[in-house]
Design a protein around this ligand. Structure first.
Ligand code: ATP
Ligand code: MG
Length: 579
């Protein structure tokens, strides 16, 4: 028995605090042993890496405890929502590796929510307020002083009912009146000070069209939706801690009998995911997309799931990252370098090693016969013994990296410099003999002689040389465009930096963003050469361009025009851009 307790204690230690609550509820027989969660995105933008954290928790808990997780689109604001976002959200969740049990929409409950609101009015618990939203906000008071009651607060029930119907029939203009819950204008929790629960919106809804002219507010719709669906654990981020009492309040009101405490959803909050040099909120990401500061939601510099996918990040590395970071009840900012090192770790195990030259200069092996070529064997992935090999063609004229040659090199330069020997990866040892320059002094060709006895795998191959360089054969390679990405923001905390600029310069968010965005976050190299093995590279194939970094084919890539995205460099080389 004591052993069992010990094991249990050990297991509990490795649980995050929300899992621990779920285990406790299961042990206490709550909810008839059911675990049901939901992931509730508003379809007003694409999912970002922060959402991945909520997804991993919502779906992860359901999977771990034999429960279910539903996808619920929180579509209560038609002005911002669209089916484009619904489709993108679905695709991203699937790509991350999760499946929902059911797909629901808050708009499925518009009738039930309307009926509930009508009931509250009839019970004298809600009223139509005809004041402006500014005035309502001004009357809210502060956390230490009570608010002021609206002059409409005690209007006759019949009047409120009639007006609520008029709001919905389209007779009332937007902003003219709202429905407020009549709770307590002196409550220390500001959310209880007669919160607005319905407003008029005349934009057609992406699912219900023109059926409704009134839409419920988040606090009114969310808990009730959880309740209608039978959610047991409603997980959200910390900013909702202060909303929780209201969440419970409306569920109490909704339930006719109040003795079903076991069968009500409970809200638990965890900390948001945040990274330095990263801006997450959808509102801001939308500005970047709409104003063309990036090339769409899936621009590989975007912190969106689709941007990460296009850049070459893997779902496994995203899940692993979130696991490493964990769940707490206090806000923290994570280092972007942690994200990148997790990606590297995953790609190191998976990526096929290939040769690509992204800043080419020609190397001529002067003692190699002109019309000769030979196939060299290249190991696909030394980290994976089952990965096999592929061939790369060697010949007299090769492309090498410009940085790999130096005419007057310092002593410890172990690459190509006259008189020095280097190994050409998977091929021969060559000795540099000189170079040719144009009238401006730029190197146009480098010369070397090879030693035929030193082919990789031959007896003479053991000779020690200090440098190994990658190369591709000029007549056996493919031209490619390579896109090199860097961080999108120059400030560690772009959100604060943007807010500060807006404040001091009294300018728009867009104008402030322009000042904080990294002008060098995308570098396009049009003259790159890759080995022929990459002819059929497709998006989501992962490669290591040896000595350069990890790459994937972009969705723009075609057989005629190959395009590769740099997923991440081989090592952390991040430097603050010069302002
Ligand atoms: P944003 O503020 O970026 O617009 P949101 O909170 O408005 O995001 P929703 O679509 O309402 O986005 O959120 C869906 C779920 O994702 C919610 O449960 C929310 O708490 C969670 N979520 C949003 N951002 C993060 C984040 N940075 N870290 C963890 N969870 C998040
Ligand atoms: Mg939101």
């Amino acid at each position: 028995m004591s052993d069992f307790n010990e094991i249990e204690k050990e297991e509990k230690k490795s649980l995050n605090f929300i899992e621990a609550r779920v285990v406790e509820d299961l042990q206490n027989g709550k909810n008839d042993g059911r675990v049901q969660t939901r992931f509730p995105p508003e379809p007003n933008g694409y999912l970002h890496i922060g959402h991945a954290k909520a997804i991993c928790l919502d779906f992860g808990i359901a999977e771990k405890y034999n429960g279910i997780c539903n996808l619920r689109f929180d579509d209560t604001n038609p002005t911002k929502e669209d089916t484009e976002y619904v489709d993108a959200i679905r695709e991203d969740i699937k790509w991350l590796g999760f499946n929902w049990a059911n797909e629901y929409y808050a708009s499925d409950y518009f009738q039930q929510l309307w009926d509930f609101a009508v009931r509250l009015i009839k019970e004298g618990k809600a009223y139509i307020d005809e004041q402006s939203s500014d005035l309502i906000a001004a009357q809210k008071g502060t956390p230490t002083t009570s608010g002021v009651e609206s002059p409409y607060r005690n209007r006759p029930i019949e009047e409120s009912l009639e007006l609520f119907n008029k709001m919905n029939s389209g007779e009332v203009e937007e902003g003219r009146m709202v429905l407020r819950a009549k709770i307590d204008m002196a409550n220390p929790n500001m959310h209880f000070r007669d919160p607005i629960i319905y407003r008029v919106v005349k934009t057609p809804h992406h699912r219900t069209g023109n059926k409704w002219n009134v839409y419920p507010m988040y606090d009114f719709a969310h808990g009730e939706s959880d309740y209608f669906e039978g959610v047991t654990h409603s997980l959200c981020t910390l900013e909702f801690v202060v909303h929780r009492p209201l969440y419970d309040f409306f569920i109490d009101e909704l339930k006719e009998q109040k003795d079903l405490d076991d069968h009500r959803p409970r809200q638990y909050e965890f900390n948001k995911l945040n990274f330095n040099y990263t801006l997450l909120s959808k509102r801001n990401l939308l500005i970047l997309v709409k104003e063309g500061l990036v090339n769409g939601w899936d621009d590989p510099r975007m912190p969106t799931i689709c941007g990460f996918r296009r850049r070459g990040y893997t779902p496994e590395s995203i899940r692993k990252l979130i696991d490493k970071i964990g769940y707490t009840t206090y806000e923290a900012v994570n280092d972007f370098a942690l994200l990148e090192s997790t990606i590297r770790e995953d790609l190191n195990a998976k990526a096929t090693r290939v040769s690509a030259v992204i800043n080419p200069v020609k190397l001529i092996i002067t003692n190699y016969p002109e019309n000769q070529s030979e196939e060299m064997e290249a190991i696909n992935n030394p980290e994976d013994e089952n990965s096999g090999t592929h061939n790369i063609t060697f010949s007299r004229e090769l492309w090498i990296e410009r940085e790999d040659f130096m005419e007057d090199a310092p002593k410890k330069y172990f690459r190509m410099t006259p008189g020095n020997e280097v190994r050409l990866k998977n091929a021969y040892i060559v000795k540099c003999t000189g170079c040719k320059k144009d009238e401006n002094g730029n190197v146009v060709e480098v010369y070397a002689e090879y030693d035929p006895e030193t082919k990789s795998g031959m007896a003479g191959a053991n000779r020690k040389v200090k440098g190994t360089l990658h190369w591709v054969s000029c007549n056996h390679c493919l031209k490619a465009e390579v896109r090199l990405y860097d961080r999108l923001w120059m400030e560690a905390n772009p959100r604060e930096a943007i807010a500060a600029i807006q404040e001091t310069q009294q300018c728009s968010a867009l104008e402030a963003m322009r000042q904080v965005i990294n002008p060098n976050s995308l570098e396009i190299r049009n003259e790159c050469y890759v080995e022929q093995f990459l002819a059929d590279a497709k998006p989501l194939d992962h490669f290591q361009f040896q000595r350069i970094g990890y790459f994937t084919a972009d969705k723009d890539s075609t057989a005629e025009h190959l395009v590769f995205n740099r997923t991440v460099t081989l090592k952390d080389t991040f430097q603050l851009p010069q302002k």
